[in-house]
Design a protein around this ligand. Sequence first.
Ligand code: MLT
Length: 335
Amino acid sequence: MTLLGRSSIVAAAAAVMVTAMGGAHAQETFRIAVGDAAGGTQHELGKAFIEELEARTKGAYTAKLYMNGQLGDEQNTVNDAAMGLLDFSILAINNVTPFSPTVGLLTLPYVIRSVDDAEKLTQGEIGKELVENTIRDAGVRVVGWAYSGCRVLTNSERPVATPADLEGLVIRVPKNEIMIDAYRSWGVNPTPMAWSETFTALQLGVVDGQDNPYITVHAMKFYEVQKYITDICYIFSIEPLIVSESVFQGLPPEVQTAVLEAGAAATKHSAAFLRAQEESIRADLVAKGMEITEPADGEAEWIKRATEAVWPKFHEAIGGKEKLDQALAALGRTS
Ligand code: MLT
């Protein structure tokens, strides 16, 4: 659905809703762009959202998922939604940060270290503030969160246990300054690349490695082109469901409420999916031939280098050092 024709659509939708969502004779279908392939947390969030939306609007509203970047690269979908050319998108938070710098708080290395941490930050006061900032800065509203697990490092060449082992490897990262700087702190200059190009680049050997959660590595079939995993947890992957703010504002109030409630219910489902599935997906990657290396010294050097180099550099972008301190306090830590 585009902004063109939106007013007539909204009017028709309102008429449907006014009939108490009963005896509805028209159904509205939103388009949801999804960056990943089927089978991962983005897909789970999307399916749960649609089911909940249909239930809450008695079938007057539904949505269709366009998987695997069919509607464009994740970063481009933010622009499209901001302009009202796209209704919804599910994408990694790191691909929202370039448009809404304060959400960089969620991708600072080693801040969020577990799904519990991720839930606390995204569903608490800090999350509410980031949602408001993203509407203001990027013209899109986060209505749900998928939780995908720690971004582990994969490569096709050799086991990597220390930052020094990265020497000579060409690593793809999203076009995200925080992630680029994390790799620089480990002594390598990574290659920023759109998500939609990543599988092919790994397959052709244009890059040797990348990082993403176990569930994403599995859904994207990276085991076909990558052999080694390093079990680091420098970023916990959070993948929001965003809606175009102009589309959202054009909806009748009861549909806005249904969208928000469906997003909240889908968020709960996502956390449960991760908790239930991550271990068996990790085991399946090993069964498919991948080899997992634990980072040396409990990841101490990775953590020290990335936090010392990256945190101070991005204090201003995330809204001040106090925002980081506030997040750490909410997680019951000081570092
Ligand atoms: C990325 O690496 O660009 C994203 O994390 C991909 C994703 O959405 O899973």
